[in-house]
Design a binder for this molecule. Structure first.
Ligand code: ADE
Ligand code: ZN
Length: 326
């Protein structure tokens, strides 16, 4: 269709993507087989049928189970390479990828195994697909700050590969304030800071992420529109929100795509952007997220271009490189 062609034609940046959330059932079954691990489902179809979530936690439960088949460096490489090939086919030219070290190190998989596999695939994509990248290590917020500190320590030999840290997993009951010290320590090691906030959690968590963690970007931030002072803060300081529309529908953050706040956010002058979060679980990569949002909210070409430009502005590319994309 005309709209699909427009969206495909726009060079895009992906800033909110959990690499473990790009794990397609086909690849999961293949890796499970070669690692001699039994899955709870006996077919790809039956696994996909289980992707039916009432909230964030129901998704996370399956997402962590799926990640358990990743054992060897090659597994992390294959996962990341499959994602990069897919988004290359969608005209994505820059990615800032999250990974969750604790999901793997807690099972006895080495930090080195995880990051080597992911990083080598990103390097290959830079060489062969001309995709630029940044890498973001996320702390799991359902675990303690002490556990996050251990992860920070494990990351230090690789800090030249890691651009920033994030905060993800179960939001309710795990406010940003729980991680003030480890975020401060991360910044002291040179990491940039982002955090998931205001996905299921209240506006307060967005304030905390800004004031206590001192993040430069908010992942999701859906709930900000209920608070005029917060909207003003986001606009005045040009703090990007990395929104994930298909994720929001699948996790019942909103009832239907027509309710998505991104158009209102653009109207209010917020640096809002669109991304895919966990595309293997939520039914779409970048182009599908743009398309479903554009269709539901009647976005015009200018608004779509604005969203794509905003993502480059919000990215961690150098000023000169950003200018080339904008
Ligand atoms: N981990 C992977 N996807 C997530 C999301 N949408 N929210 C919180 N943690 C996540
Ligand atoms: Zn996310």
């Amino acid at each position: 269709s005309h709209l699909k062609n427009i969206i495909h034609g726009i060079p895009k940046a992906e800033l909110h993507l959990h690499i473990e959330g790009s794990f397609e059932p086909e690849l999961m079954f293949e890796i499970a087989r070669r690692n001699n691990i039994a899955l709870d489902h006996d077919s790809i179809t039956s696994l996909r049928k289980a992707y039916n979530f009432n909230n964030l936690q129901e998704f996370l439960d399956l997402y962590y189970i799926g990640a358990q088949v990743l054992i060897h460096e090659r597994d992390f490489f294959d996962l990341t390479w499959a994602y990069l090939r897919k988004v290359h086919s969608q005209n994505v030219v820059h990615v800032e990828v999250f990974f969750d070290p604790q999901t793997h190190t807690d099972r006895g998989v080495g930090f080195d195994v995880v990051i080597n596999g992911i990083y080598k695939a990103l390097e290959k994509a830079k060489q062969e697909l001309n995709i630029s990248f940044k890498l973001i290590m996320s702390y799991l917020r359902h675990l303690s700050e002490e556990e996050a500190f251990k992860t920070l320590q494990s990351s230090l030999p690789y800090k030249h590969w890691i651009d920033g840290v994030g905060l993800d997993s179960s939001e309710m009951g795990n406010p940003p304030s729980k991680f003030v010290n480890v975020f401060e320590a991360s910044a002291n090691h040179g990491y940039k800071l982002v955090a998931h906030a205001g996905e299921e959690g209240p506006e307060d968590y967005i304030w905390e992420a800004l004031d206590l963690l001192k993040v430069v970007r908010i992942d999701h931030g859906n709930r900000c529109l209920g608070d005029d002072a917060l909207v003003q803060r986001l606009r005045e300081e040009n703090i990007p929100l990395t929104l994930c529309p298909l994720s929001n529908v699948e996790l019942k953050v909103i009832q239907k795509m027509e309710d998505h706040p991104v158009a209102k956010m653009l109207d209010k002058g917020i640096l809002a952007t669109i991304h895919s979060d966990d595309p293997a679980y939520f039914g779409g990569y970048m182009n599908e997220n743009y398309y479903e949002t554009a269709k539901a909210l009647n976005l015009n070409k200018n608004q779509l271009m604005q969203l794509a430009i905003n993502a480059f502005k919000a990215s961690w590319l150098s000023h000169e490189t950003k200018e080339k994309h904008i």
